[in-house]
Design a protein around this ligand. Structure first.
Ligand SMILES: [Zn+2]
Length: 119
């Protein structure tokens, strides 16, 4: 059984799946901890901080899949974030009632994680 095809607004997100090697490196960099909610012991999802769909069609994979645009997430956060970028996700969390300091800390944590070097 196949899922129905959905057309992304811009770039074809199927073209921007990070390689297994990069996914493993990102999860290692982030210590297999969701950088959005800090949950450990997760089956990690590698999230595009700025969604692939936000990039113009034809944008180089090296840009969309830059390690500075990839972060480890849990399924819950990845699902809640959906097609939002970091700023829009922060606004969504604020609207859901999360304290400002919690949201601000999440943003800083994600920005810091994405700039840690891979090993
Ligand atoms: Zn999470």
């Amino acid at each position: 059984m196949t899922k129905p095809l959905t057309m992304p607004a811009a770039a074809n997100t199927d073209d921007y799946q990070p390689s297994v090697r990069i996914r493993a490196a990102i999860a290692t960099r982030d210590r297999h901890v969701c950088q959005y909610c800090r949950r450990a012991g997760i089956d990690p999802v590698i999230d595009h901080v700025t969604p692939a769909s936000w990039f113009a069609p034809g944008t180089a994979s090296a840009v969309v899949n830059a390690t500075t645009n990839l972060v480890t997430a849990c399924w819950g956060c990845n699902s809640l974030k959906g097609g939002l970028d970091l700023a829009a996700f922060a606004a969504k969390l604020s609207n859901l009632g999360l304290p400002k300091r919690t949201v601000d800390a999440m943003v800083k944590r994600v920005q810091k994680a994405t700039h840690r070097p891979l090993r």
